[in-house]
Design a binder for this molecule. Structure first.
Ligand SMILES: C[S@@+](CC[C@H](N)C(=O)[O-])C[C@H]1O[C@@H](n2cnc3c(N)ncnc32)[C@H](O)[C@@H]1O
Length: 255
């Protein structure tokens, strides 16, 4: 129970930073030169970062101590908490439950229009649009679309995506689960495997137009046969579903 609590992100990051700081202070108290103490503490932070599988968590854990030391140079010591505050702002707790910020790679959707052709008046949503990379790719492959919409929970990322994708996409700040997906002919998601059953349930409930499409980067919907799927270089994959027209399913819809 205590171990589970300790692993509750971002506690591991905080504890790693605190450990690096304690090591730094301890070495300094023992008379070590500032640079030596800094190198040892930064190396300890980097070592702790290796326990994390996700690249973004590794970066946060490894960079926390040196960045906070930099920020705290000549300033109050509590300022080392600043990166965490910034992180919480950029990346509020509720979005961690769905997906961290990983951008859609360029060219990832190059094949999509051949599978899922869209008319110029089709509405397309990137649910959880992050910094707008998915929108950029959707705009690239469907240049004719006049109604490209992204929704992003983070108060920092949403305005950045809005600025980046103006004027060809509209970016909303809000919860993708609260938005009605029925208004969109295609919903694109790049979330997490754990979110996919909820994505599917929502798409099935709301996307009732026969020719609507649900597109997922990397994560399939367990038990559903995709209308199409293909592998991309770099280990990515694209999964295309037809929420309204989907007749065949392996598990959930059988009963
Ligand atoms: C893996 S990133 C994908 C970003 C973008 N779709 C792309 O492909 O480049 C997932 C994004 O979903 C956002 N997100 C997670 N849960 C969300 C929610 N409930 N509502 C809105 N955005 C959410 C996260 O903040 C993150 O920016």
């Amino acid at each position: 129970m205590i171990l589970r609590l300790l692993l509750w992100w971002p506690l591991p990051a905080l504890l790693s930073w605190a450990f690096a700081w304690a090591l730094f202070a301890g070495l300094r108290a023992m008379g070590a030169a500032p640079l030596v103490a800094l190198l040892f503490a930064a190396a300890a932070g980097a070592g702790l970062a290796l326990f994390h599988a996700a690249r973004w968590r590794r970066l946060i854990v490894a960079l926390g101590f040196p960045l906070s030391l930099l920020a705290a140079g000549g300033l109050p010591a509590w300022l080392w908490l600043l990166p965490l505050v910034l992180l919480a702002f950029a990346y509020p707790r509720r979005t961690w439950g769905d997906a961290p910020l990983f951008p859609t790679p360029a060219q990832a959707l190059a094949e999509l229009p051949a599978i899922a052709p869209l008319a110029a008046d089709a509405r397309v949503l990137d649910a959880g649009c992050g910094l707008g990379d998915g929108l950029v790719e959707l705009h690239r492959v469907y240049p004719q679309l006049a109604q490209l919409v992204g929704i992003e929970w983070s108060r920092l990322l949403a305005p950045l995506a809005r600025w980046r994708c103006r004027p060809w996409a509209e970016v909303l700040r809000g919860d993708m689960w609260a938005l009605d997906w029925g208004r969109y002919q295609m919903v694109y998601v790049f979330q997490r495997p754990e979110s996919m059953p909820r994505v599917w349930a929502k798409a099935r409930a709301e996307m009732r137009e026969k020719d609507s499409w649900l597109v997922s980067l990397d994560f399939e919907i367990e038990g559903q046969i995709p209308a199409a799927s293909w592998q991309l270089p770099g280990g990515h994959s694209v999964w295309v579903y037809r929420p309204a027209a989907q007749a065949v399913s392996v598990s959930a819809d059988m009963g």
